[in-house]
Design a protein around this ligand. Structure first.
Ligand SMILES: Nc1ncnc2c1ncn2[C@@H]1O[C@H](COP(=O)(O)OP(=O)(O)OP(=O)(O)O)[C@@H](O)[C@H]1O
Ligand SMILES: [Mg+2]
Length: 647
């Protein structure tokens, strides 16, 4: 048989083989369509296929050698090399991928360990802030919540737990804790006295906001609570109304004598905020002691309408802040029963330590802007106040920002706490349109004037430094703008006057340091301008939250430039993305080194300061606190956010 004939026959046989193989595959595919083949088996089959192909090539090479067919030999050898090369490449790729996965896994694992240990360290700083020295010395630990005479309406307690779950879902309320009281949709069903309902109506408030829907039943039940909800969402009334009701109940049971009290304390980080909260409480105390109220509130609920002529006794509230006359405050305490004290920590600590105020009857403690109150600098003041308690109290923390470290601390210190969360802690209010503009340092003041044209008044301008507040004030006065300003070095009278003029719309623009960033509720602010970006993203969230309050909308413009730390810019970038705001190109261009560590240990962002653009391991605030602690500078309050010793 000639070599040529032999080769032709083999080719025909090969073709026949290919055909029968093809037919077999078609048949098998038909079977595969409804047969599940495990991945392991599939890989095995693929490997066998590759092996078969390799064998086939080897056979072809051997044949070509026998036949002396150089061209066929070259082709077959090249195919085999390609095949080996492809397999080698695949193997390399696989190795590379595996290496990357391993590196990422290692990075995440290491991050977990680092974060846990840093968080433990951070928590130790504040460990004792909410326990009195006697409790610590005697090792007293309370295990049961306080009880109150308040209960939810019977028909709500009888409803299924699914009703609570679906109501919370509808209102975007997240809760943590044991036996959470049910959410309640109307003030009347919360059993507020008709006088308070009338007071609410007078303020145009007819329905509770989500934090009130869940927070009021929790507090009225006597439970410790951490309340987290975005700026302008009605947190003040959530703690103010129950404290007024509790004080009233105590007064009706056993009237206080002059010099006695308080029943409850509300602590705030700034004098202006304390003054505002005092005014809110006083308004409702006045409403409560009005005669002949009737609960004809326009809430659409089925709760039976009660008309009442019950007259309640007067509830006295003391505003206890630095800057106001100490002697006058002492006189007021001596001459009156005090039911509620609204205070900044410095002055109250002084009164407690000098025994002007005793806490033997005090059962309620509220830390408004709770994360700030437990922050370095304030925590010792708070501890000194808590040291005056001689009994168990109901402790309530409220804020729009509450980094994980404070939540963990509260969970471990409070008694069976309920955490009530509306939205992510630290998220910006979605009713604020956030604009960020790159403005060079030297151009800022001129551009500010242009920026003021963007909206009608009232406008608030924030900056970190007192000197900048003064400079801007001077410049805007020269330009004919109706402007007032406040910062920590101004006298209290000047500060009060500035706030009065701005609130009453006699002045269009308020320039302030961060003493005005938290909690202040000016009516209808149209525009917040951040003349500089605050170093801590929490302050940014609070600052822009002075506009867009309680359902209204507002605009915030922030100037950034190369002076701003990159980690702060990254936090800002992520906050804008979260709130679906426009991200300017300069922020878009920022690289994100921690992108693959977004949700380590179940914590989104930094557990220390709440920033979304970095992890606790890179937190600039943590490093700054550590430096201050190492230098024994615990008693500074001025360092953070321009407070300037403002307490
Ligand atoms: N249920 C309600 N319905 C309508 N308005 C309300 C309601 N509750 C409170 N408000 C009003 O909303 C405004 C903002 O409330 P509040 O100051 O308590 O906000 P906040 O949550 O404490 O904000 P911040 O985080 O800035 O301190 C106030 O003017 C208040 O009177
Ligand atoms: Mg508030």
């Amino acid at each position: 048989m000639s070599a040529r004939y032999k080769r032709r026959r083999e080719e025909v046989e090969d073709e026949e083989d290919d055909l029968s193989l093809f037919m077999k595959e078609v048949e098998e595919d038909g079977m595969k369509a409804d047969t599940f083949i495990p991945a392991k088996q599939r890989r095995l089959e693929e490997r066998m296929e590759v092996e078969e192909r390799k064998e086939e090539k080897k056979r072809q090479i051997a044949l070509a050698r026998v036949d002396g067919d150089e061209k066929a030999l070259l082709e077959a050898s090249k195919d085999e090399e390609d095949m080996i090369q492809t397999l080698l490449d695949e193997n390399e790729d696989l190795k590379e991928k595996r290496k990357m996965i391993d590196v990422r896994k290692l990075k995440v694992d290491q991050q977990k360990v680092d974060e846990e240990s840093l968080l433990r360290e951070a928590n130790q700083v504040q460990t004792n802030a909410l326990r009195s020295k006697t409790e610590l010395a005697q090792g007293t630990i309370y295990t049961e919540s306080l009880t109150t005479s308040w209960t939810p309406p019977w028909y709500i307690t009888e409803l299924s737990p699914e009703r609570d779950i679906s109501l919370r879902k509808k209102w975007h309320i997240l809760v943590e804790g044991e036996d959470i009281p049910p959410p309640i949709k109307s003030f009347r069903e919360m059993k507020l006295p008709p006088q308070l309902l009338d007071g609410l109506k007078e303020k145009g408030i007819t329905r509770p906001t989500p934090i009130q829907v869940q927070g009021l039943p929790v507090i009225l039940s006597g439970r410790d609570m951490v309340g987290i909800a975005f700026t302008g969402s009605g947190k003040t009334l959530t703690f103010a109304l129950p404290i007024i009701m509790f004080a009233m109940e105590e007064e009706m049971k056993m009237p206080l004598q002059p010099g006695e009290g308080p029943i409850g304390i509300i602590l705030c980080p700034a004098r202006e905020l304390a003054t505002q909260t005092y005014e809110v409480i006083n308004f409702f105390c006045d409403a409560l002691s009005k005669r002949g109220a009737s609960s004809n509130s326009n809430e659409e609920d089925n709760f039976p309408t009660t008309t009442t002529t019950t007259t309640f006794p007067r509830i006295n509230t003391l505003l206890c802040i630095g800057g106001n006359s100490r002697a006058e405050q002492v006189d007021y305490i001596r001459g009156n029963p005090i039911h509620i004290i609204v205070a900044t920590p410095g002055r109250l600590k002084d009164f407690i330590q000098s025994k002007k105020v005793r806490l033997n009857l005090c059962k309620y403690l509220v830390l408004d802007e709770g994360d700030r109150m437990l922050d370095l600098g304030f925590d010792e003041e708070v501890q000194a106040i808590v040291g005056g308690f001689t009994r168990q109290r109901q402790t309530l923390l409220f804020s729009a920002t509450m980094p994980k470290k404070f939540q963990d601390f509260a969970k471990s210190t409070l008694v069976k706490p309920c955490v009530v969360n509306v939205g992510r802690a630290g998220a910006a209010n979605l009713d604020v349109v956030q604009e960020v503009e790159y403005v060079k340092k030297e151009a800022k003041i001129v551009y500010l004037l242009e920026c003021l044209q963007k909206s009608p008044p009232p406008v608030v301008i924030f900056c970190e430094k007192k000197g900048d507040v003064e400079d801007i004030h001077e410049y805007l006065v020269l330009k004919g703008v109706q402007v007032v300003s406040i910062h920590g070095s101004k006298s209290q009278d000047e500060r009060n006057e500035a706030i009065r003029l701005f609130k009453s719309a006699q002045k269009d623009v308020l320039i302030a340091t961060d003493i005005a960033a938290k909690g202040l509720d000016f009516p209808d602010i149209q525009h917040v301008i951040n003349f500089d970006m605050p170093a801590e993203i929490e302050n940014y969230v609070h600052r822009i939250g002075r506009t867009g309050r309680c359902g209204k909308t507002g605009v915030a413009t922030t100037f950034i430039n190369k002076d701003v730390e990159e980690s702060t810019l990254l936090d800002l970038k992520h906050l804008l993305i979260e709130a679906e705001q426009r991200v300017p190109p300069v922020l878009q261009a920022l690289e994100d080194p921690d992108e693959d560590l977004v949700n380590v240990n179940g914590t989104v962002g930094c557990a220390f300061c709440g920033g979304l653009g970095h992890r606790i391991t890179e937190c600039p605030k943590k490093d700054k606190d550590a430096r201050d602690l190492a230098q024994g500078r615990r008693d500074f309050i001025s360092g953070s956010g321009g407070y300037g010793g403002d307490w």
